[in-house]
Design a protein around this ligand. Structure first.
Ligand SMILES: [Zn+2]
Length: 270
């Protein structure tokens, strides 16, 4: 499942192909993905110039000179194919630029979607309205965590996965960041010392940036019919490593809470 670093890598991969280009052709090849394509999507995007690309949480954003933002989500299995030699049955949304480049949003399981919103209204777009700050933004730091964790008895891991607290963090990177910060996943959020929250905020940024860097160096692989992006997994210190040795020598443990696996080191995470 694509996490924030994969979406960021995707946006960086699309940027050189799309930015500044006019969309010569826009095609939806079925009526819907997880949700229906907007009925006027084709009309609003065809002929528009792409003015910029960005990301909010796990959503990719394509801005046009008509004041629209095309929002895409990769769901469980979505990925963009750049200049595919042929269009297949899982390519649901196809863009062509006037420079002759072709992009296809491929999604066999169709949990992804494409939507369109006026760029000026993006902050009130339903998925974004109640969302917390971006983890890589300056607004996300130890002081911010101290403020939102104050008085909260919930486990720190649950709060980091809450999109209203911080946008776009998934299970893998939360496990990794807690390990890097030396904080036990079930630690009561409101009772973590401020200096440890500073470390936690830095750890979140560090694990995400390392993954984005790893993804960027394998950007070409993005065009492969893979979508699994397993190449990030080599760098995980605890995630998926139950029973293996942590750097401290203790064995990594796995616990299941509300259907999700939590990987942690019982010795260096307190
Ligand atoms: Zn350890």
């Amino acid at each position: 499942m694509p996490e924030l670093p994969e979406v960021e890598t995707t946006v960086r991969g699309l940027r050189p192909v799309l930015e500044g280009q006019r969309l010569a052709s826009v095609e939806t090849r079925r009526p819907d993905m997880r949700t229906p394509f907007p009925p006027d999507l084709r009309q609003r995007l065809t002929g528009a110039r792409v003015t910029g690309l960005g990301r909010r949480a796990k959503y990719g954003l394509i801005d046009t000179d008509r004041g629209d933002t095309c929002i895409f989500h990769l769901g469980m299995s979505g990925r963009w194919r750049i200049d595919p030699s042929e269009i297949g049955k899982h390519d649901h949304f196809v863009l062509e630029t006037d420079a002759g480049r072709r992009l296809a949003l491929n999604d066999p399981r169709r949990f992804g979607f494409v939507d369109l919103a006026p760029t000026v209204d993006l902050n009130s777009y339903p998925a974004f309205a109640a969302m917390g700050p971006e983890p890589l933004s300056e607004a996300f730091d130890g002081a911010y965590l101290a403020e939102v964790f104050r008085g909260r008895v919930a486990p720190v891991k649950a709060l980091l996965l809450d999109q209203r607290v911080v946008a776009g963090l998934g299970n893998i990177y939360v496990c990794e960041a807690l390990h890097m910060a030396g904080i036990a996943p079930n630690r009561e959020a409101g009772r973590i010392a401020r200096n440890r929250l500073d470390r936690l905020a830095l750890a979140v940024k560090e694990v995400l940036l390392a993954a984005i860097e790893a993804g960027g160096s394998t950007l070409r692989d993005y065009a492969r019919p893979d979508g699994n992006l397993g190449y990030f997994s080599k760098q995980f210190l605890v995630y998926g490593r139950e029973g293996e040795a942590c750097a401290c020598g203790a064995a990594v443990r796995r616990r299941i809470d509300s259907g999700r696996s939590t990987f942690y080191c019982p010795r260096c995470q307190r």
